[in-house]
Design a protein around this ligand. Structure first.
Ligand SMILES: NC(=O)c1ccc[n+]([C@@H]2O[C@H](COP(=O)([O-])OP(=O)(O)OC[C@H]3O[C@@H](n4cnc5c(N)ncnc54)[C@H](OP(=O)(O)O)[C@@H]3O)[C@@H](O)[C@H]2O)c1
Length: 340
């Protein structure tokens, strides 16, 4: 039995922060006091945890004092400014932003994939990008079986991945489109209602930031510096849960039956290999669940060493909040509640 601890939640009003509140409660994380932090704009407002209204405060040195865990989901600049403050106060800092992911001395962790990298109790740990997490949940067990050689991934990323304000704007866009009015465009780079967008900034290579994150983070987590990955990321008009079409080539032939057996044994993965129209993992079904769903597993028609897969995961849960809480659980030896 672990003694309850003080926990700081930075970004408590955001899309990920709100999910963190639910995950901490559902998994009965041993929280003594939860200190909730958001921007100065939200200070004095409240969020609800275990039925209690908690008052929001802006970040400060004092808020981390005596706390054991600090869960950050407030973007990179806040993480860079306040993450080291939390770590210096002795907290295990688990950050959802990209601020520290590629730092050589910061572990980048998906517990089921490289949980051995989680430090005992203190320091900074980075949560990977949501797309990277769900892709590796399916590919790591297959890599252990047959050795990954090349991955081609196209993402179908939900609007909640861009934060609470983007979800709000998307819903207003949908209402405007239905009413025949001009949709508002402020948070998103264009109209997503009834449309698709590549909404990340692009590098000179033509790849988007999001695409390059998948490449760099997968190589770091798998410790495969030379892994070939060809990504294309797309935002789709789906409220929550990211989908991915993945083609993966291995170092030896791998059959559909072998792959299904391997995935069925993988922790945190659920195989949904029904075949037929509409019979596959779908964001509407996966949203709100913890496992990453894998379906449509096919051996390539021309290459016996390659598989095609369809992977769906809740970007706010396994892609962010759940993964972060699992890291804290492992660091402190907490067994999650089975009521989760
Ligand atoms: N959404 C996803 O699926 C997902 C998945 C993986 C990782 N992430 C990462 O997680 C982070 C948060 O994402 P999100 O989608 O939850 O964003 P979001 O909905 O926009 O929430 C941002 C949070 O940060 C807080 N914040 C902003 N400025 C602050 C300041 N100066 N001091 C303290 N808090 C401040 C906001 O508080 P106010 O309400 O007061 O503005 C809000 O609580 C980002 O780094 C994102 O890349 C997101």
């Amino acid at each position: 039995m672990i003694d309850p601890m003080d926990v700081v939640l930075v970004g408590a009003t955001g899309a990920v922060g709100q999910e963190m509140l639910r995950v901490l409660e559902q998994r009965a994380f041993p929280v003594r006091h939860l200190r909730v932090v958001a921007s100065p704009r939200s200070a004095g407002g409240t969020v609800t945890f275990r039925g209690e209204a908690l008052v929001l405060q802006p970040p400060s040195t004092e808020v981390f004092e005596g706390a054991a865990v600090a869960l950050f989901s407030a973007g990179s600049s806040i993480a860079r400014e306040w993450g080291p403050v939390g770590a210096a106060a002795g907290c295990l800092v688990v950050d959802n932003s990209s601020a520290f992911r590629m730092d050589a001395d910061v572990p980048l962790v998906v517990p089921e994939v490289n949980g051995q990298r989680i430090p005992a109790r203190g320091g900074i740990v980075a949560n990977p990008n949501c797309s990277t997490i769900q892709m590796l949940m399916a590919l790591k067990p297959l890599h252990d079986l047959a050795g990954l050689d090349h991955v081609v991934v196209s993402t179908y990323q939900a609007i909640s991945g861009k934060g609470a304000r983007a979800v709000d704007e998307f819903e207003r866009q949908q209402r405007a489109v239905q009413a025949g009015e001009a949709p508002p465009v402020a948070v998103l780079p264009g109209v997503l209602a009834g449309n698709l967008l590549a909404d990340w900034s692009h590098e000179p290579s033509g790849f988007s930031e999001e695409e390059l994150k998948i490449v760099a983070e997968s190589r770091k987590i798998l410790e495969l510096a030379g892994l070939r990955i060809s990504p294309t990321c797309v935002r789709v008009p789906v409220r929550n849960a990211h989908s991915q079409s993945v083609w993966a080539r291995f170092r030896r032939p791998i059959t559909r039956a072998e792959a299904l057996g391997c995935l069925r044994a993988a922790p945190g993965v659920v195989v949904d290999d029904r075949i037929g129209p509409g019979q596959h993992p779908q964001p509407r079904q996966v949203s709100g669940t913890d496992d990453v769903a894998v379906g449509r597993v096919r051996q390539d028609l021309d290459d016996p060493q390659a598989l095609s897969l369809w992977i769906v995961g809740d970007n706010l849960r396994k892609g962010a909040a759940l993964n972060a809480v699992q890291i804290a659980e492992r660091a402190f030896g907490v067994t999650p509640s089975t009521r989760a």
